[in-house]
Design a protein around this ligand. Structure first.
Ligand code: NAP
Length: 434
């Protein structure tokens, strides 16, 4: 009989014991002592804010603590799992743990976006690992493939639906014709959206995640200020109806793509996508990531982007990767040149413009003339009478591909046309290779 290699017991320190932390702790506790790779792990200390709070996992009063040092400076702890969230104090605790020679696993996209480069270099200086698979896409393995399996590829683009809350809201709006505010309230009551939904609906969460993916895919730091961000508050039920008539649906996309002349552009915004591309079928709280590599071609990852168990799956995967290679030298990454960053103003795509206009002759001609002056040509127009009494109509204009800066300039001139009552929506159409 082949003898099994003995796995050394590894002490775990937890920073946070909330939704994900409790699921991770439960996995460790339940598998302790089993014939299981996680059996070698035991939780030595777990930091929380509130000792009185009832938790779905029992760890005992000697383990749950309010003192961060009993996790990050505890000699019995070999791996620190950070599941608190936010930039600070997470950054301070993670960097102290790394400097104290502990490996760290985190699910924190905000700290990995804003301070990831610093943390990764502190980890390298201290010869320890910092792994963060759960920070993007919850249970979907996406960081690992980018770091390991796809490293021979020159990545051309990453396009993703990486925020479950907004995808839930947009899916409901598309399927039920419901308005944003009603669906947001429903998402909040179901626990899919926070009481303060800003991070999700205004696109910050997706921005943090695309920044983390861009760093890996393109070996380039894309600071938050360089990422174009627009949330979903301005998407209306009507836009789904008109988009559908034109053969599209609407999703919040996070994209990082290379344009060979302009550089790397990262952007987060709602976009019209053709109903026959795979992304159009990613519904509810699911996430999906598409990666285009020069060798591998197009790859597609889809799955649960959040939730306690899927996220615990990713966290535990990282923990066990560290355990399996315990004591082995840590691979050094080869430095690669940073790419130039492109500006959103130079982005080129088709645009969907919806406006309310006076239902009288000549309105469309005036709009077409403004667009023509900006060298933007019209692909199609939908006109729907909406208010016979006020003699107003919805005009939906699809342009041919145009430059972002030109469309913004044209739109501000269109708003000044007397017979244009208001501009209701300006949405980008995502370009798919035909
Ligand atoms: P959560 O339920 O709010 O849990 C946070 C935990 O951290 C709580 O136990 C809290 O203590 C503790 N904590 C927060 N700030 C602290 C501080 N300053 N000092 C001590 N303890 C502190 O959050 P979560 O949903 O588990 O998320 C954790 C991380 O995973 C975040 O980075 C999040 O972005 C990421 N993530 C979450 C999901 C998901 O589905 N929830 C998916 C992917 C990634 P108390 O319990 O005492 O308040």
């Amino acid at each position: 009989m082949a003898s099994q290699a003995r796995i050394e017991p590894v002490g775990i320190g937890m920073l946070g014991l909330g939704v994900v932390g409790s699921a991770v702790a439960r996995t460790i506790v339940e598998r302790h002592g089993e014939q299981d790779p996680a059996a070698s792990l035991s939780i030595k200390s777990a930091l929380v804010r509130d000792l009185e709070r009832k938790r779905p996992v029992e760890l005992g009063p000697s383990i749950v603590t309010l003192d961060p040092k009993s996790v990050i400076a505890n000699p019995e702890v070999g791996i620190v799992i950070e599941l608190m969230g936010g930039e600070n104090p997470a950054f301070d605790y993670i960097s102290s743990a790394l400097r104290a020679g502990k490996h760290v696993v985190t699910a924190n996209k905000e700290v990995m976006c804003k301070r990831g480069a610093e943390l990764l270099s502190i980890a390298a200086e201290n010869d320890v690992q910092l792994l963060y698979e759960a920070s993007v896409g919850g249970g979907i393995p996406i960081i690992g493939p980018l770091v390991n399996d796809l490293t021979a590829n020159k990545i051309q683009g990453v396009r993703a639906i990486i925020n479950g809350t907004t995808n839930f809201i947009l899916t409901k709006m598309a399927h039920e014709g419901a308005d944003f505010n009603d669906v947001l309230s429903e998402a909040q009551s179901l626990g899919y959206a926070e009481t303060d939904p800003t991070a999700d609906v205004d696109g910050f969460d997706a921005l943090y995640k695309i920044s983390v993916l861009a760093r890996l895919a393109f070996h380039t730091e894309v600071p938050i200020e360089a990422i174009y961000r627009e949330g979903i508050r301005e998407v209306h039920a009507k836009d789904f109806r008109y988009a559908s008539e034109l053969g599209f649906t609407i999703k919040l996309l996070a994209v990082a793509q290379i344009n060979k002349d302009l550089g790397l552009l990262a952007r987060v915004h709602p976009a019209l996508i053709p109903i026959d591309v795979p992304m159009a079928t990613v519904n509810g709280v699911l996430n999906a990531v598409e990666i285009e590599g020069d060798l591998v071609g197009s790859l597609w990852f889809q799955g649960p982007g959040a939730g306690p168990n899927p996220t615990a799956s990713a966290v535990m995967g990282d923990v066990l990767r560290i355990v399996n290679y315990w004591g082995a030298p840590i691979a050094r990454r080869v430095e690669q040149p940073q790419l130039a960053l492109a500006q959103m103003d130079d982005h080129v795509c088709q645009y969907y413009i919806r406006l309310t206009a006076a239902d009288e002759p000549g309105v469309l001609a005036k709009i077409a003339s403004v667009l023509g002056d900006a060298e933007i040509s019209i692909n199609s127009v939908l006109q729907k009478d909406t208010d016979a009494e006020r003699r107003q109509a919805d005009l939906v204009i699809m342009t041919h591909p145009a430059i972002e800066a030109s469309i913004q300039q044209a739109v501000s001139s269109i708003k000044k046309i007397e017979t244009v009552v208001r501009l209701d929506s300006l949405l980008r159409v995502e370009t798919y290779a035909s």
